[in-house]
Each structure stands twice: as C-alpha cells, then as structure tokens.
Design a binder for this molecule. Structure first.
Ligand SMILES: Nc1ncnc2c1ncn2[C@@H]1O[C@H](COP(=O)(O)OP(=O)(O)O)[C@@H](O)[C@H]1O
Ligand SMILES: [Mg+2]
Length: 234
C-alpha cells in the first residue's frame, strides 16, 4: 500500500534520513520506534509531503507520491496526526474537527464524519463547544485524532499520540487506535511507548540516527535483546 524506498532527507547539510526503506500493507498496523532525534517525525512529514526528499522514492498503491503537495497526499487518504496535536487552541472542538474535512473530496460528508467521530469519542461530543486549548491533554489528543478521521483516512499516521498523557488517557487512545485498525484502517504508529506499541502492531521498524536499524514482526522485536536494552529498559 505505502512503500518507502531508500529515502534520504536532509536539513541543510544534515542528513536526517539515510536510505530508509519500509512499507505498510493494507489493513496493517505498523510500529515505528526509535529514540529522540532518530528521524521518526521527519519520515512522517516526508510521507505527508511536508518535506521534499533528497533521494529515494515514495509510492502509494503502486503510484509515485514524490512531488505531490500535502493536500494531494491527504486527498489520497494519507493523513497524519502531528506530534504535539497542533490543534487551534482558540477554536472550539467542533471547529477543529470541521477543519479536518476541508478538502472538497470529503467536505460533503463532514456531518456524517462528525457523527462518527462523536460516536468514537463521546467526550468530544460533550465538549463540542468548548475551546480546544482549554481541554486536558487526553481530550486534545482525541480531538487531534478526530480531526484526522474527518479527512477519511485510509492510512493514518500517528506521531507520539500518547506523549504527555496520563497512563489512563494514553491507554484510551491506544485502545481507540486498535479499534480503528480492527475496522480496517491502516496505521503507522510512532511512539516511545515501545512495549505498548509493539504489543498492538503486527510489524515494526526501529529507526536509529536516520537509518532502519531493525525491522520485523513486533512480537520478535519485543523479545530482541537490543530492543529490550535500548527501548524497554530491561
Ligand atoms: N526543521 C528542522 N531543521 C533542522 N534539523 C531538524 C529539523 N527537524 C528535525 N531536525 C533534526 O533531524 C533529526 C531527526 O529529527 P526528528 O525527525 O524530529 O526525530 P524524532 O521524531 O525521531 O525525534 C534530529 O537530529 C533533529 O534535530
Ligand atoms: Mg518526533
């Protein structure tokens, strides 16, 4: 479905990704783990079309994605929930959600999408008229995830969705992601909650200093001595 081939990305002289290859198959949930500065956000931003690659290729259902603008990539069904949620704090929850459906291809369905998001997150329905910036971190993450769902994704890319959340709020978010995947949504999950992430994904990639250091079934990565030592503190 999504295929990343030998991708290189630079910030000026600095190579943030060096020959990264990975893929996400239809309906699969894939983990992307790695320490701070490994290049996880850079990879998601490049897939989303926010950063032009210096080399390598990206393809989606066999067609090249290279050079497409972010709105075109979103229109293809590849939707990112950004690190730090990036809500509009002075807008209400519902206004933020509606922003997710701004593309003409999904705008007509926005009322139906809104009902679906409120079904998934009843708490957002209760708070629809509240300013997004006044909510708890967990509720803001629900809103960020809800806004992405408004764009009718086929591949959802989540960047550190549990960062800064209480364990209870994080567990709720992970449970929801899992349900969405069970319903058929393909997911690329970036998280530093390594144990949890490897428990709910099928495959995983470990990114270190801009290269894929390890890849494999999540169950195997979880047992890998190096993963245990570096990421699970065991
Ligand atoms: N906008 C930017 N300009 C310059 N360097 C950046 C920028 N964004 C990230 N970097 C650098 O690229 C590397 C990868 O960063 P990032 O993709 O944010 O890693 P991660 O999400 O895994 O923590 C880091 O060394 C970071 O300092
Ligand atoms: Mg990051």
């Amino acid at each position: 479905m999504l295929r990343v081939d030998n991708l290189t990305v630079c910030y000026g002289q600095m190579q943030a990704l060096r020959g990264v290859s990975m893929e996400v198959s239809q309906g699969e949930m894939v983990a992307l783990i790695g320490g701070n500065g490994a290049g996880k956000t850079t990879l998601l931003n490049t897939i989303s079309g926010l950063i032009p690659p210096a080399g390598g290729s990206l393809s989606w259902e066999g067609r090249p994605l290279n050079g497409l603008a972010p709105d075109m990539i979103c229109r293809e069904g590849i939707v990112q929930v950004p690190e730090g949620r990036k809500l509009f704090p002075a807008m209400t929850v519902e206004e933020n959600l509606i922003m997710g459906a701004y593309l003409p291809t999904v705008r007509k369905q926005s009322q139906e999408s809104l009902r679906k998001v409120y079904d998934i997150f009843p708490r957002l329905a209760d708070r629809r008229h509240q300013l997004a910036g006044s909510m708890s971190g967990g509720e803001q993450q629900m809103a960020a995830l809800g806004r992405a769902l408004m764009a009718r994704p086929r591949l959802l890319m989540l960047d550190e969705p549990s960062l800064g959340l209480s364990p209870k709020a994080a567990a709720e978010i992970f449970a929801t992601i899992r349900v969405l995947n069970k319903e058929g949504l393909s997911v690329l999950l970036v998280s530093q909650e390594v144990l949890e992430t490897l428990a709910i994904t099928a495959h995983g990639y470990v990114l270190e200093n801009g290269v894929v250091a390890m890849r494999g079934p999540s169950s195997e990565l979880r047992e890998d001595p190096k993963v245990k030592k570096s990421y699970l503190g065991l």
